[in-house]
Design a binder for this molecule. Structure first.
Ligand SMILES: Nc1ncnc2c1ncn2[C@@H]1O[C@H](COP(=O)(O)OP(=O)(O)OP(=O)(O)O)[C@@H](O)[C@H]1O
Length: 380
């Protein structure tokens, strides 16, 4: 492998775009999305319903089905055990590029099957219902191990299954249970144990606990993020609960209308969100800790993904909109020279348009003004 920086990177998504082809026009659900993920890093994906979070996750795992089509981009994966991965891939497999990366979008169906369990696993929204109801949960783990680790002896598989259950906080004697004999939280833990079975490099979790009550949700998500850190598995983690993401993720990407509009370390998103949408989103959620405050929310709704406006997709709802926002689409850019890791797609941070960089307090005032205006409007 190449330099230290190259080997620290696990995934590099470059300008990934996905359309859903519908009779009344193409829905541009992901538009030129780019980001990277380091080994063992936890990235949270946040944004309102319909902004393209699941589409992006499914595209990375190559799980999209028609009418969804990947219309452009690359998903470069940098395997740690490069020789092992390449040798596991069938003969017609693509060659890794000079930095040792393979493009997931170019894997053949056979290569994908090997790749998915060994390198990447995904836990879906309704994961706890994904267990086979007529098979003991232990046998379901053993199945995955025997299919993907055929050289593993039966005793080792049994030991591994027990170890996995212990890791996720279930007593190994429950391996003999059928799914209906387990509580919702335990079923969810069992699914996570299966996802971890082959110690993949990357786990994608798409709202994995929404069917559970908030306390159990939080417990399970704390558990999984702790485990990922322990075994250095990277995770892309989708949830509506931004306060949870701030607590558990290393970095957060905020999506709006199919694009990433802000990317930053979690603490920076929390302390000083830069994009007006990120600020609005953050203030739409109550936090478990911290003072009580009035939730403002963001008036209006996202644009139709079939007919996106020229310029910034957030212009209609933004308290700070000005002429350039209606004409030019803002690219993701570094917002403050002292923090090269916080990027926002907003003209407010472009010196060509803005006299001064708005502080969080300015964003708050903008929303207060917007709330006042809509109140006045409703009283008239
Ligand atoms: N099969 C489909 N045909 C047409 N449009 C679709 C299809 N599936 C999803 N979409 C559209 O693609 C956009 C992105 O959807 P996606 O499910 O990725 O968003 P999301 O951010 O994950 O939402 P949620 O948080 O509700 O899961 C939405 O506007 C949705 O209506």
């Amino acid at each position: 492998m190449g330099t230290a920086i190259e080997s620290a990177t696990l995934l590099e998504v470059k300008e990934l775009s996905v359309d859903y082809l519908a009779a009344n026009g193409a829905v541009h659900a992901a538009r030129k999305v780019s980001f990277d993920l380091k080994r063992g890093e936890i990235m949270g994906l946040a944004g309102e319903s319909g902004c393209g979070k699941s589409t992006l996750a499914y595209a990375i795992a190559r799980l999209l089905r028609p009418p969804a089509y990947i219309t452009g981009g690359e998903v470069l994966y940098y395997p740690a055990k490069r020789d092992v991965v390449i040798s596991r891939l069938p003969r017609r497999g693509q060659q890794a590029n000079e930095q040792g990366a393979i493009d997931i979008l170019k894997l053949s169906p056979r290569e994908l099957r090997a790749f998915r369990w060994n390198e990447l696993s995904i836990v879906f929204q309704s994961a706890m219902n994904a267990l086979n109801p007529v098979m003991r949960v232990g046998d379901q783990i053993m199945d995955v191990l025997s299919t993907h680790r055929p050289d593993m002896k039966v005793d080792s598989r049994k030991r591994r299954a027990a170890e996995l259950f212990e890791m996720v906080g279930i007593s190994p004697d429950r391996l003999r249970s059928y799914p209906h004999e387990l509580s919702g939280g335990m079923r969810q833990r069992a699914v996570i144990a299966i996802a971890l079975a082959l110690q993949p490099e990357l786990i994608i979790m798409d709202e994995p606990t929404t069917a559970l009550d908030v306390v159990v949700q939080r417990e399970i998500l704390q558990l999984i993020s702790g485990l990922c850190k322990e075994i250095s598995t990277a995770m892309i983690f989708i949830t509506h609960d931004l306060s949870l993401l701030i607590e558990l993720a290393d970095k957060i990407a905020i999506m709006y209308a199919g694009t990433m509009i802000e990317k930053a370390q979690s603490v920076d998103i929390y302390q000083h969100p830069r994009h007006p949408y990120s600020y609005g989103l953050l203030n739409s959620f109550p936090t478990l800790h911290g003072p009580r405050k009035v939730m403002a929310g963001i008036p209006g709704s996202p644009p139709d993904l079939r007919m996106l406006p020229q310029g910034c997709p957030f212009q209609e709802r933004c308290p700070f909109v000005f002429d350039a926002c209606r004409e030019i689409t803002p690219p993701l850019r570094i917002v403050a020279s002292d923090d090269p890791e916080q990027l926002a797609a907003c003209h407010l941070y472009d010196p060509a348009y803005s006299g001064h960089m708005p502080a969080t307090a300015d964003l708050a005032r903008g929303y207060d003004k917007l709330a006042e205006l809509s109140l006045e409007g409703s009283l008239e």
